[in-house]
Design a protein around this ligand. Structure first.
Ligand code: NDP
Length: 329
């Protein structure tokens, strides 16, 4: 497939150009708001077309568009891709509000193209193994889930994320959406109600850089999630706790593959073997399967809309001090 990249971004540069090539596809164009950035990106990655206008995509032969501009700019790119009949892989969070995310999902549906959301974490081998254990009822009745997902934001990424609410900055939109997708992938459900407290612990200005939250699911299960930017020496952890056993995945919430998974049971702890492979390459393979109409584990546009709904409910809870029902409609 021939791809255009919208956004001369870090994630595109560090992971997605390589991932597209690894599945045998080609990046033929990059679109940036600045001619210099477009040209520098194109030169660095050997891409033929360096563009500054989404409209110029109409003149190219394209199959797919990858969108990794700042979050406020995703919608325009996705609508343009759908208008050109291109499949879409859009970065998370899809948008800053649900109405925009709905317009994006609906435009792709109406155009008959596949829309994916780049929730890469579900493609970590640990997630797939955990889902398998859960499907076999390997924990007994479930009680709760805990997600410790507080990181240290690299200096290179300390731009719009920490000071620009208009671009979609803040740790809730950035990381809580991944937590919503991971839990939905494992549990098969999204929360019905959430509550959250957010704070600024010295890294950000005007947006939160740390957030604690509690999530209630329709099945009765409760989850605790912590997402933060300002904790340089924290490991990350994803745990599902049942009445008979529990699953603990450590350091699986990263961009790079890796981590460990332990199944804690009455007869002892069992370390499960993980087949680590590139999460973004896996996401693209799943997108290819979706395009071919095959069963797949792609996070769809609809999945991206739901993870955004959870993040927006968390922000509302933090703002109002109330429990907030999550609206997915
Ligand atoms: P970047 O800050 O690297 O890029 C976002 C935009 O900022 C770019 O599209 C570019 O605009 C502009 N930009 C980049 N570098 C500069 C610069 N030096 N000076 C001025 N502007 C610049 O963002 P990320 O790569 O961190 O994130 C992009 C998107 O991807 C976000 O939606 C984010 O949430 C998501 N993301 C997803 C990850 C995942 O694992 N799924 C991981 C990281 C990010 P222009 O295109 O106009 O040049």
């Amino acid at each position: 497939m021939k791809w255009a990249f919208v956004g001369a971004s870090n994630i595109a540069s560090e992971w997605m150009v390589g991932a597209v090539r690894a599945v045998g596809d080609e990046v033929v164009a990059v679109v940036s708001g600045s001619a210099e950035r477009a040209q520098a990106f194109a030169r660095q990655h050997g891409i033929t077309q360096a563009l500054t206008d989404l409209g110029a995509l109409a003149g190219l032969e394209l199959d797919a568009v990858y969108v990794s501009s700042t979050n406020d700019q995703h919608e325009a790119a996705v609508l343009q891709a759908a208008a050109l009949g291109c499949h879409v892989l859009c970065e998370k969070p899809l948008a800053l509000d649900l109405a925009a995310a709905r317009r994006m999902v609906e435009a792709c549906r109406a155009a008959g193209v596949v829309m994916g959301t780049n929730h890469h974490l579900r493609h970590n081998s640990a997630h797939r193994q955990m889902r398998e254990v859960l499907r076999q009822q390997g924990l007994g009745p479930l009680v709760s889930a805990r997600v410790s997902h507080s990181v240290f934001l690299r200096a290179q990424l300390q731009g719009w994320r920490i000071d620009n609410p208009g671009a979609g900055g803040g740790v809730v939109l950035d990381i809580a959406v991944h937590n919503a997708d991971s839990l939905a992938f494992l549990l098969g459900e999204y929360p019905v109600e959430v509550m959250a407290m957010t704070q600024q612990r010295g890294m950000s200005r005007g947006v939160e850089d740390d957030a604690m939250s509690l999530w209630q699911f329709a099945s009765g299960l409760c989850a605790f999630t912590h997402q933060g930017y300002n904790t340089p020496h924290a490991s990350n952890r994803l745990e599902i706790l049942g009445q008979q056993a529990s699953l603990e995945a450590r350091n699986v919430l990263n961009q790079a593959p890796g981590g460990e998974l332990v199944w804690r049971r009455a007869d002892g702890d069992l370390s499960l073997r993980l087949d680590h492979d590139n999460l973004y390459v896996r996401a693209l393979r799943e997108l290819h399967r979706a395009i071919a109409g095959q069963p797949n584990d792609l996070a769809s546009g609809e999945d991206g809309l739901k993870s955004l709904a959870v993040a927006l409910a968390l922000l509302e809870s933090a703002r109002t001090g109330r429990r907030v029902p999550v609206s997915y409609a």
